[in-house]
Ligand binder design. Sequence first.
Ligand code: SF4
Length: 225
Amino acid sequence: MGAENERTGEAMAHRVAEDLRITVEDRQRRLEAHQAAIRACTACVAAGFIPESRPVFRGHTGQRIMVIGQAPAEHREENPIPYSGASGRTLRRWLAQAGFPEDALHERCYLTSLTKCFPGPSRSGKGDRAPSAREIALCRPHLEGEIALVQPEVILALGRLASTYFVGNRPLAQLVGQSFTHGTAVVVPLPHPSGVSHWLNVPAHRALLDRALTLLDAIRRERGL
Ligand code: SF4
C-alpha cells in the first residue's frame, strides 16, 4: 500500500512538473486536486509509522514564497492553520525583521512541510518525533507536486531536515545565512522556529540567523515580494 502510494505520487509529481506552460488558473485547479489527494493519503498509516493521517498544509498558487518545515504539530481541527502557535509567532517576528508586514506569513506564504502529518512525540518527551527518511520519501511526491504547481520564487526551509532536503546533509551552521537554488526557486535555510530547538542558544548561530534575515530582506526588496 505504501509503495503503491509512493509510485502513484511520483507519477503525479512527474505529470505536474513536466507541463510548466499551464495557466495560473489551471495550476490552481491542479493544485486543488493535488491537495485533495494529499488529504486522502494514508501511506504512513499503512506503513505503520503513525496511527492516523491528518495532513496539514495551506495555500494557493498566487503565493510567491513557500515555507517548508519538518512536520506539523499535533492538532485536532478539521482544517488547522499551520504556524498558528508559538512557532508561528517566532516566524512572524523573523519575517518582520526581514521587512515583511505582520500578515505576510499567512497571506503571502504557502505553508507546508516535508511530511504533512503529525509524527507523534519524541521518545525523550521533548518536542515532536523527527520524521524518518522513509516517511519523508513517502511524502516527497506530495511536496514535489506542491512545489511544481505553486512555483514559489523563494523557499524558506525551516530546520536541518528541511534545509538538507534541498542542499544535502550538512550542519545547519553551514547553511543558515546563505541562499541556494532549487529549480527556479531561491532556497533560504532558517533554523526551526520551535522553542524546543537549542540551536539559537549559541551566539554565533544568532548572528547567522541575523545574516539570513538580512539576506531575505534583500531578496524581498529585489523581487518586490
Ligand atoms: S505524512 Fe505524507 S505520506 Fe505520510 S500519511 Fe501524511 S500525507 Fe501521507
